[in-house]
Design a binder for this molecule. Structure first.
Ligand SMILES: *Cc1c(COP(=O)(O)O)cnc(C)c1O
Ligand SMILES: [Zn+2]
Length: 450
């Protein structure tokens, strides 16, 4: 394994279970305290030379002679606004990232949706606008970069959905070989993206868990780099960039609205009060928390928002662990229509539970029917067509408002994690088929009367 490139502030990895610290380049995936225990692994958490990173901004604002650092200007010297912009807080060098525009997705102010919910300030982070259509691109870009930096010719993962599609896209962009293990039962629509991007797709005659384990063994046998969720610690590092963007975009929005006094020069990022995240394995929510936590740690924002994790009642393993005060969730038999959050045995529960507990948030449960119905206001009032898992965040906000967990004056962000075009049949289930008419004006007039 080659050492980390010098142009990074990446300082090492710490085990969430036993606290052991690993220097950069001395470990790939999980801690040796529990290297092989199903989903209850020794998960690792990257850390950085935060004091050194925090001086980047100071130096910048000193030399610019301006105290106006409205947009989280720490990284404004980088011309790109994609995730590359955050390289001092990433474990890979910016040059290693695949040449696709990952991140920089819109943060949309949703006033009509806010009105409908009795809130004043609501935003939708539309992460379906990533190159392969989901937030997973943020993580897969890091996986490919890391594979390149450590000289592994093949990057592999086990997944049935967006993580694999993202890896296929990022690998193709970087001209890097990829092998993807899917359970044989995976829906064909999900496999299409993988094959189109040119990954080698292996359909395993078994469950997702079988595919996961086979991927782990194949990577160690053949020297491939493993992107598996809840196993590769760097996936959190990609996912946290969504929080950096949200806080930078809120700062820009406040500056544009003339509220400069709210942007302290010492805290140039603006964190929202509450953030809603759909949860399956728990990896995204862990990353969302870590991003906001790092901004606070650097002194660049004044708070960590309350993080709300939203699960379907038909896939509630992490919610149940939170409710019952367990450290390790009990497996469930998941069967939600929101396939991206349908998880029997969550792989990143430790980080997910930490996110909610440490931020003073909560887990919320919503019925599948509410999830599917939430697709409509998200699109009609918010302008975003989300896949069911993405709309789950809004269904969770509806539930939180119902439970009186949100103050009407809060700034709330809903993360829409994936595009509606990922799952057209789910959308058709709630809107039905269009009316068929003959090609005549009479028929149009007749129809409109009804
Ligand atoms: C993967 C995924 C999720 C859930 O993320 P986890 O890290 O598994 O909790 C939610 N929405 C979409 C669109 C996803 O692809
Ligand atoms: Zn450990």
């Amino acid at each position: 394994m080659s050492s980390t490139s010098p142009d990074t502030y990446f300082a090492g990895l710490r085990c969430l279970r036993c606290g052991r610290i690993y220097q950069p380049g001395t470990v790939d995936y999980v801690c040796s305290c529990r290297p092989n225990s199903g989903s209850d692994l020794g998960h690792l958490d990257a850390f950085y030379h935060y004091d050194a990173v925090s001086t980047i901004r100071t130096t910048l604002s000193d030399s610019s002679g301006s105290s106006n650092t409205s947009m989280g200007a720490a990284f404004s010297q980088f011309t790109t606004r994609t995730i590359e912009r955050w390289w001092p807080l990433l474990p890979v060098a910016p040059d290693s990232l695949p040449p696709l525009p990952v991140g920089d997705t819109p943060l949309l102010r949703a006033d009509r949706l806010a009105d409908a919910l009795g809130l004043r300030c609501l935003y939708i982070k539309d992460d379906g606008r990533n190159p392969s259509g989901s937030l997973k691109d943020r993580a897969s870009a890091i996986a490919v970069a890391r594979a390149r930096e450590t000289g592994r010719d093949v990057v592999a993962t086990a997944s049935t959905g967006n993580a694999a599609a993202a890896l296929a896209a990022m690998s193709a962009a970087a001209a890097h070989a990829s092998v993807i293990f899917v359970p044989r039962s995976a829906p064909q629509a999900k496999i299409a993206q993988l094959l189109v991007y040119g990954s080698q797709v292996l359909a395993v005659d078994g469950s997702y868990d079988d595919a996961f384990d086979l991927c782990v063994h194949a990577c160690s046998e053949f020297g491939w780099y493993n992107r598996n969720t809840g196993y590769n610690p760097f996936m959190t590092e990609g996912k946290k960039t969504v929080s950096f963007e949200i806080a930078a975009q809120l700062a820009e929005a406040k500056a544009a609205a003339g509220n400069m006094e709210t942007n302290s020069p010492n805290a140039p990022f603006v964190s929202p009060d509450s953030v809603f995240v759909p949860v399956g394995d728990g990896s995204i929510i862990g990353g969302v928390y870590k991003g906001f936590r790092e901004l606070k740690r650097l002194g660049w924002s004044d708070r960590v928002p309350r993080i709300f994790g939203v699960q379907s009642t038909a896939s509630a393993a992490i919610h149940n662990a939170w409710r019952d005060d367990l450290e390790v969730p009990l497996a469930v038999t998941a069967g939600t229509a929101a396939d991206s959050i349908s998880v029997n045995e969550p792989r990143d529960a430790a980080k997910a539970l930490r996110a909610v507990r440490a931020s003073g948030g909560a887990f919320l449960l919503v019925e599948d029917e509410s999830i599917l119905q939430a697709i409509l206001p998200l699109a009609r009032l918010g302008g975003v067509f989300a896949e069911p898992a993405g709309a789950t965040a809004l269904a969770g906000l509806q539930e939180a408002v119902h439970q009186d967990l949100i103050d009407p004056g809060e700034t709330v962000v809903v993360i829409s994690t994936g595009s509606g075009l990922k799952d057209v049949p789910a959308a058709m289930r709630i809107v039905g088929e269009p009316e068929v008419i003959p090609p005549s004006l009479d028929a149009v007039a007749e129809s409109l009367k009804m």
